[in-house]
Write a protein that binds this ligand. Structure first.
Ligand code: GRF
Length: 215
């Protein structure tokens, strides 16, 4: 019997285009992920990614960020996730720190994509073009993207997989971001697909990718 589809909630940012969200939706549609995007969650009404989800008939929900009371914010998010029976949270451009009660209940079931090779060029304040500018300013020859499990800090959870791109001599933050983004759209669905198949095993800091299960 075929395994039940993984129920995925995607958290998006206020300004994000939602291109990673779209890559995940498309990979579910194409059967590359044995899963279904059951809701998309943002902090503010009118976020482009929320509108993009709505246009495709995917429920788009807004939970306003509450910096004063993270516990309450976490309860609101958990209520929503229970309502949709979500089993995996995929952060895609979501920039807020997740509240402890949410991280604890969803331990090992929250992923993020970062547009650089963690543990370099990451952490608080490292997002968007800043990341790529820092990469260029540093003079490194390679950058890339990282999919990792999420803990309570920024970009510190166990790394699931990474993809590498060359930094070209005439790159600016914009051209480098575009080259990395192509890899993001391949890497994130692949990692979620492995999770859906039960093939990711966390052993301390290391994530082992298990071979496919025999049919
Ligand atoms: C991506 O670069 C991702 O790595 C980062 O936020 C950006 C979101 O872009 N976490 P998009 O909204 O998915 O196009």
């Amino acid at each position: 019997m075929e395994d039940a589809k993984l129920r995925i909630a995607i958290f998006v940012g206020a300004k994000g285009r939602g291109s990673n969200m779209q890559a995940i939706i498309d990979a579910c549609g194409a059967g590359q992920i044995n899963g279904e995007v059951v809701c998309v969650v943002g902090n503010v009404e009118g976020a482009p990614a929320l509108e993009r989800a709505s246009e495709q008939g995917i429920p788009a929900e807004v939970v306003p960020y509450d910096s004063e009371d993270p516990e309450k914010y976490g309860r609101a998010l958990l209520g929503l996730l229970h309502r949709y029976d979500a089993r995996l949270i995929a952060l895609a451009g979501f920039l807020k720190r997740l509240p402890a009660n949410l991280v604890s209940e969803f331990a090992g079931r929250i992923m993020n994509i970062h547009p650089a090779l963690i543990p370099s060029f990451c952490g608080l304040g490292m997002y968007g073009e800043r990341v790529h500018q820092a990469v260029i300013d540093s003079g490194v020859k390679y950058s890339g993207c990282t999919v990792h499990f999420v803990d309570e800090q920024y970009d510190t959870g166990p790394i699931i997989d990474q993809a590498v791109v060359r930094v070209e001599p005439d790159d600016d933050a914009h051209t480098l971001a575009a080259r990395v983004l192509v890899q993001e759209h391949l890497l994130y669905p692949r990692c979620i697909g492995l999770f859906a198949e039960g093939r990711l095993k966390v052993e301390g800091r290391r994530v082992r990718i298990l071979p496919p299960r025999p049919d």
